[in-house]
Design a protein around this ligand. Sequence first.
Ligand code: NDP
Length: 281
Amino acid sequence: MATIIDGKAIAAKIRSEITEEVTRLKAQGVTPGLAVVLVGEDPASKVYVSMKEKACQEAGMFSDEYKLHTETSEADLLALVDRLNNDPRIHGILVQLPLPGHINTEKVLEAISPAKDVDGFHPYNVGRLVVGKPLFQPCTPYGVMVMLREAGVELAGKEVVVVGRSNIVGKPVAFMCLQQNATVTLCHSRTRDLAEKVRSADVLIAAVGKPEMIKGEWVKEGAVVIDVGVNRVGEKKLVGDVEFGAAAERAAAITPVPGGVGPMTITMLLHNTMESAKRSI
Ligand code: NDP
């Protein structure tokens, strides 16, 4: 039976380290500051934004929230981003996605100063990651890497299979694993014989968004399974992309859903904001 990689416990440990570091920074006269921008009324986005604010406050950071109405123009949003780029109290800027359809998301993300891009979505930061010299790493994949580190998983020479190639999870995590000398296979909806690819994985990272689509019997004996997927089934139940029970019988270690990768994302946002504040000194 697999060891459970406990995301809540790892996140709590990292957050307490961040809180200590914030105290040290404050003693030097710098309070790490995060600006969170929410446009519109998307209920899930509202929840994420309030979780991020609360996490900032708990870590002793300064957080500034901008709630803009759905009809906010692209020009007004860009003007706000510009103001935040030049605000010395702010070390990180996060524009909550998705944005309303009339706003060009790419344009907004590219307007954020790369030096305050704590989500790591600016093409400059994506490029730095790809060339192996990251400045800000996107929070969810960064959280995956920290979990692997904390679980003592050595990636050099391993076969890593990533399922899902989004810009926010699959692609960046694949480059992060490559940087640690894994041999990486990146799968997507057009991949032929996914089961065979998954069977070859020493480390499997699933980021698809389809409930339990990766079958437990595909998982290699002794593999490490990181399940990024969060899928609601029925009213209340959350499941990952991997069939947890059957996979846990074969894997050496596995992340649960919930309580796996989920808690790491905001933790890494705090980490990035703190690093940005340190760089500002
Ligand atoms: P996207 O929808 O952006 O990407 C999904 C990827 O899965 C695509 O690359 C798609 O391929 C691929 N895919 C879809 N169907 C299949 C299939 N049958 N076989 C193989 N690949 C397939 O999702 P995200 O990356 O944004 O999120 C993935 C999951 O992670 C979601 O459940 C999301 O909720 C969760 N998530 C969790 C976070 C957290 O825990 N903090 C943060 C972010 C995401 P193609 O490119 O060909 O379409």
